[in-house]
Write a protein that binds this ligand. Sequence first.
Ligand SMILES: *[C@@H]1O[C@H](CO)[C@@H](O)[C@H](O)[C@H]1NC(C)=O
Ligand SMILES: *[C@@H]1O[C@H](CO)[C@@H](O)[C@H](O)[C@H]1NC(C)=O
Ligand SMILES: *[C@@H]1O[C@H](CO)[C@@H](O)[C@H](O)[C@H]1NC(C)=O
Ligand SMILES: *[C@@H]1O[C@H](CO)[C@@H](O)[C@H](O)[C@H]1NC(C)=O
Ligand SMILES: *[C@@H]1O[C@H](CO)[C@@H](O)[C@H](O)[C@H]1NC(C)=O
Ligand SMILES: *[C@@H]1O[C@H](CO)[C@@H](O)[C@H](O)[C@H]1NC(C)=O
Length: 466
Amino acid sequence: MAALVLGLVVATAAVAAPDWMDCPTPCRCKWSSGKKTALCREAGFTSIPGTLDEDIQVLDLSGNAISKLSKSAFENVGLIHLQRIYLSNAGLTEIHRDAFRNLTILIEVDLSHNDIREFHPMTFRGNERLRVLYLSGNPLTKLVRAQFPPLPHLRTLELEGCNLEFVHKDALIYLAALETLNLKYNLLRNISEATFVNLANLKTLLLDSNPWRCDCDLRGFRNWFLNSKLYSLPLLCYEPLRLTGKHWGDVPPEEFACPPQLYPYPQLQVQAEAGGRITFGCRVTGDPIPEVSWLYDGYPINRTWIMIEAEYQWTNVSVNNVSESDVGTYTCLAKNLLDTASMNFSLVLPEVVTATTVSKSNNKIVWWGLLVVSLAVMFSAVITITAVCCVRNKNLTQRRNLKASVSFTDQEKKLLDVSIATTTDRGSDSCEALGPEVEMIEPPVHITIEREPVSSNLVGRKINTM
Ligand SMILES: *[C@@H]1O[C@H](CO)[C@@H](O)[C@H](O)[C@H]1NC(C)=O
Ligand SMILES: *[C@@H]1O[C@H](CO)[C@@H](O)[C@H](O)[C@H]1NC(C)=O
Ligand SMILES: *[C@@H]1O[C@H](CO)[C@@H](O)[C@H](O)[C@H]1NC(C)=O
Ligand SMILES: *[C@@H]1O[C@H](CO)[C@@H](O)[C@H](O)[C@H]1NC(C)=O
Ligand SMILES: *[C@@H]1O[C@H](CO)[C@@H](O)[C@H](O)[C@H]1NC(C)=O
Ligand SMILES: *[C@@H]1O[C@H](CO)[C@@H](O)[C@H](O)[C@H]1NC(C)=O
């Protein structure tokens, strides 16, 4: 009964008011600043309500829980006369690039304080009347090249507190009418003046509360900004440490500098052939451009056969007719007003080795092998017999038994393998089961055969350095 009465009352009201004021509860539809306005704040909507009149010009859906704006989100529910859309604090995480399609008279959009991480660069394409765009308080992190489509009437862009770390220098190229840009409370460390030079109408540029790194990358922008009429609130350096907390204006431009950085070529350890020619060098960056010098064992290089050539960032050292006296440490030293950096190259000559030598890492094994060989000569006869036996008797099981029954120490096993290796020529295929072990101790095989005394320049290393 009560419902019927209520229904009657609503019906009467609807008759009295024009259609567009017939709003889905709990929205309120009314004239506001001369516009047909639907007020649907904090109304628990999870999508754009479908029952609003198509004449609605202003839609306030702030404080709802609409996680997504899908393609043609407004056009699909007939709202093509929208001029202002308020969707702040609406739990938005995703905006389809065509969400605002065909809203040709859209003037203002507020999407602030949502969880939108990314806008497709074409998101507002066609919303050519757009004048105000609030995107503050979204975790955007970066603005890419041409982040916004041509919006010839956009005057205000708010991007405060958007975790922005990077603004591409061409991010705003299509926003020629921009007057106010708010980039406060972001994570910007540098930015290029190229981002703004074409924004002829820019009157307000807010950049404070960013962790500016006052180095050579920012110098161009510093100079441009301080000399423009846009600079009002003082900006502070956050990095480097020596400038933390200083006003940009109190730091002279040359102190927006970058320390020298060195990159070696080809590497820090340079190996040369005696009598040959070797070139190495370092590439140096830094701003102001560092002065580079070279030292040999701590002193300026003053040898006629060593040439130093510099070109662009490179400084190269060439040593002609390399000899023992050139071995040592060469230091590349780079210095600008900010800092000095250095890098040590060591020039070495190769270790001279004889023909029968094994590589350094194997040396230990060889010496070990030699020792064991001399110790175990007495065993060799027995083991050789066993090995020959193995060769003749192709029975694998028997061989396994042999290995299992005699408990050799590791060294003895090596010896065993050595001895067998000396005999494998006669029947290598029969002993293939021992193949891998034979390979492993290949160098000692030579030794066993040659039986040279320990001193017989087996390893003639570093002859010329000793
Ligand atoms: C909506 O826009 C598309 C192109 O973006 C166009 O093809 C279509 O005709 C438009 N619809 C209306 C009703 O204007
Ligand atoms: C910021 O500086 C880095 C070099 O440190 C550079 O790679 C980057 O392009 C700069 N960003 C802008 C927007 O200038
Ligand atoms: C060349 O350098 C050495 C030190 O490496 C120094 O003793 C010597 O006097 C220098 N000679 C000249 C001509 O500068
Ligand atoms: C120094 O060496 C680098 C690497 O090979 C080379 O690119 C550069 O042109 C050299 N510069 C000079 C001045 O020789
Ligand atoms: C190279 O240096 C050695 C001494 O280190 C010298 O005997 C020889 O004549 C030099 N060769 C040339 C071509 O300069
Ligand atoms: C380079 O070598 C010199 C000694 O020749 C040493 O005093 C210096 O600390 C070294 N520098 C670097 C960067 O290793």
